[in-house]
Design a protein around this ligand. Structure first.
Ligand code: MN
Length: 746
């Protein structure tokens, strides 16, 4: 590449000026000088560095600073910190230098950014642990997180120039941690962009397809919206306030997840777009104007009573305020209408930073955010929670919508959606939860696993004899209840194990066996338990009886016991990984390496040649090949990125791979016959299983069959779609794999 140094210099200055221009409205005296100094230092520090794309490195900090000011609404402190965010890490400028030049606050933020900057790099193992550390800094200065989000957003926007395996890894981390974080902070525009970019880099064909469909339907959609809003506009004009009506299609990612969740094609996504009314109201009359607008809308169109959402009276914890209703248009189509004021709209789009702009008005949201920070801090302080559990809990709290319920005295409690009476009990107090035997919901007696609804009033019934059990974990959803129950169970288990230990030692003495390490090792193998603790516990529980121990004494192994080495500790796993990675450092060629290398095709996504895939080093089963869009991929790549190995297919037409096909259509006599005939006779494909189900004239067929590659499969699908009665034929994966199954995958 030929670099024109003069041109490049010009471009750098041009971008720097653009940043200043955007920051201008918020600058106070002296700020511009501070920004200039930060820019000069950053420029000098990165002068010999280039990004993967070949661009000068300084483009990156400049872009991050621009996102901070323009898209998040942050101020000078953040601009300076953003410009400096990679300086300490990459050059010999020290934190003390920054503190001397820019003061304590900026040094502290830069320090926070430096600490967390390296840890998400490809090749480190403890992402979850580091995420936890990152949230630690959040309680100190939330700007660290916001700048980190801007950094991630720019990296996602420029992901194109990264190698494929890094793209997958970075994209997965983004959807796993950063998009939920953006959502939690109310940065909805950024959240949507992160999600869309994730989809673009992990499943480009799906992304392009939805994008072009949105584009193709634009003209007819605009016509429809114009017709829809005409009567509303006439009435709103009479209210004598300024207003704006916007309508944008939903993000590609949210359309895609809707299609996935409901298993429907693009054309059947009914809420492709929402109509938004933004009102400029006097500050003290926001609510009444919004409801007046609601009344206008529902005068013309019939609302769906199940779909009224009032987030004005009770805002979401992330600060979101809006009034949503779904109404029936004259052509029979459902349309979602969102009604909100200008202030609410800005908060909905820009989130937390927008709160600062309306400082006087946000006491309640501030306190909500405060509450959330306290909660995060509580979680962080729980030392016994493993890092992965922590991230799970954290994500659980991010994704769930909330349910609002009341104590007998009328105090409002916010719990995650799906919370039960038991969650409520633990929210009141740990002891109330541990002793809970039932509840009265709205005066009616209910069991502890009763799921709570908005507005429920709950009284908890307790008994001194009650004690938490394993079963409880299945129906609590809040992380507080979960961890308190786990604590109690652990305590319980310890007591049982201690009793078991006593019993076992006594018994060994009786039957004259030495209680030494070798003996325990033999017992461990004989009873097939993982640790000494488990052995004690099983004895304590009565799962291993006195008779079992006698039998153990009489047992003579015919050949020396040779059990597969168990890898339980982190070090063992690390060793396995580096061993595997050393061997296939470059690209694992599936097909060619088949005989020499121990690998398997993952069952969760059944990859076939032609699929975009990666290899994942498992603890006990060698390398597993997953599809890039496997339901488990996100979590694997995000939490265990260091175990990922690049993999690609080589030509191998003699081998057949198992995959699943789902066929949906209108039932008729002879249809199953026609379908199976095409598969087995015309195409000479082997089926391993086939099942058909009919419901009110609609049939659904699931067929497991062997194909050579994706081309072969596509050909088959085209053929099947031509069968009379068949509406769709699609490849299917085992969807919605729960976290619990992940253990098997890794
Ligand atoms: Mn960066």
């Amino acid at each position: 590449m030929v670099i024109d140094a003069v041109e490049e210099k010009k471009e750098i200055i041009c971008r720097y000026r653009r940043l200043l221009r955007k920051a201008k409205p918020i600058l106070e005296p002296g700020d511009a000088r501070l920004i200039k100094r930060a820019f000069t230092i950053s420029l000098e520090a990165h002068k010999d560095m280039r990004r993967k794309s070949g661009e000068p490195y300084i483009f990156h900090p400049l872009a991050v600073a621009e996102i901070c000011v323009e898209e998040i609404g942050l101020g000078t402190t953040s601009i300076v910190a953003a410009l400096l965010h990679d300086v300490v890490e990459d050059t010999d400028i020290e934190l003390e230098d920054i503190e001397r030049m820019f003061g304590k606050k900026i040094a502290k933020i830069t320090d926070g950014l430096t600490k967390i900057s390296g840890v998400f790099e490809y090749g480190t193992s403890a992402q979850a642990e580091n995420f936890r550390k990152m949230l630690f800094t959040l309680s100190e200065d939330v700007r660290v997180i916001l700048i980190k989000l801007a950094d991630r957003l720019h990296n996602m926007r420029t992901l194109e120039s990264m190698p494929r395996n890094k793209q997958l890894k970075i994209a997965s981390e983004t959807i796993y941690l950063y998009a939920p974080l953006a959502h939690r902070l109310g940065l909805n525009v950024i959240k949507s962009e992160l999600e869309d970019l994730y989809l673009r880099f992990t499943d480009e064909s799906v992304y392009e397809e939805i994008a072009s469909k949105i584009d193709n339907t634009k003209a007819s959609r605009n016509k429809f919206i114009k017709l829809f809003i005409t009567p509303i506009k006439e009435e709103l004009d009479k209210l004598n306030i300024n207003y704006e009506i916007k309508s944008r299609p939903k993000s590609i990612h949210s359309i895609w997840s809707k299609m996935q969740k409901q298993n429907i094609p693009f054309d059947e996504v009914y809420d492709l777009f929402a109509v938004r009314l933004i009102l400029d109201t006097p500050e003290d009359q926001e609510k009444s104007y919004c409801w007046q607008a609601y009344s206008v809308v529902t005068d013309y169109y019939t609302p769906n009573p199940d779909r009224l959402r009032d987030w004005i009276s009770t805002p979401k914890t992330n600060g979101y305020e809006s009034l949503h209703t779904t109404v029936m248009a004259k052509n029979g189509q459902w349309v979602e209408v969102q009604i909100r004021t200008r202030r609410m709209d800005e908060i909905a789009e820009k989130g937390y930073a927008a709160h600062w702009k309306y400082k006087d008005n946000v006491a309640s949201h501030e306190s909500n955010l405060e509450k959330w920070l306290v909660h995060v801090r509580e979680l962080l302080e729980r030392q016994d929670l493993s890092a992965l559990e922590f991230v799970d809990d954290f994500r659980g709290n991010l994704f769930n919508e909330e349910v609002f319920v009341f104590t007998p005295r009328g105090e409002l409690k916010t719990l995650p959606n799906g919370a039960t009476a038991l969650d409520f009990a633990f929210d009141i107090h740990t002891d109330v939860g541990a002793k809970c035997i039932g509840a009265k919901v709205n005066q009616k007696l209910v069991p502890i696993n009763q799921v709570l609804k908005n507005g429920d009033q709950i009284e908890i019934l307790t008994s001194a004899k009650q004690k938490p059990n394993e079963d409880w974990l299945r129906f609590v959803v809040s992380s507080k209840a979960k961890s308190k129950i786990r604590d109690a169970l652990k305590e319980d288990k310890k007591t049982i194990a201690e009793e078991g230990k006593e019993l076992l030692l006594r018994k060994l003495k009786q039957i004259k066996l030495d209680a030494n390490n070798q003996m325990f090792e033999r017992m461990r193998a004989y009873f097939k338990v993982n640790s000494q603790f488990d052995l004690y516990f099983k004895v304590g529980r009565g799962l291993i009886t006195v008779n079992d121990i006698k039998r153990f004494k009489e047992f003579k192994p015919s050949s020396p016991v040779r059990s597969k080495p168990q890898i339980n500790d982190a070090k063992g796993i690390e060793q396995e990984i580096s061993k595997a990675k050393g061997r296939y450092d470059d690209i694992l060629l599936i097909g060619e390496d088949m005989d020499v290398v121990e690998y398997k095709l993952a069952k969760c996504c059944s990859p076939i040649p032609g699929d975009d895939v990666f290899g994942f080093v498992t603890v006990n089963e060698g390398i597993k090949i997953h599809r890039a869009n496997c339901p488990n991929a996100t979590e694997l790549l995000a939490s265990h990125g260091n175990r990922v190995i690049k993999a690609k297919w080589t030509s191998q037409h003699e081998v057949a791979f198992l995959t699943g096909l789902k066929i949906i259509g209108a039932d008729r006599v002879g249809l199953i016959n026609d379908v199976s005939k095409i598969i087995s006779e015309e195409l000479k494909v082997n089926m391993s299983s086939i099942s058909f189900r009919t419901d009110n004239g609609i049939f659904t067929g699931e067929i497991m069959l062997y194909v050579n590659d994706t081309r072969h499969l596509d050909f088959l699908i085209k053929k099947l779609e031509k069968v009379d009665g068949v509406v769709t034929a699609n490849r299917f994966d085992s969807k919605n794999i729960e976290n619990t199954n992940l253990e098997k995958v890794i």
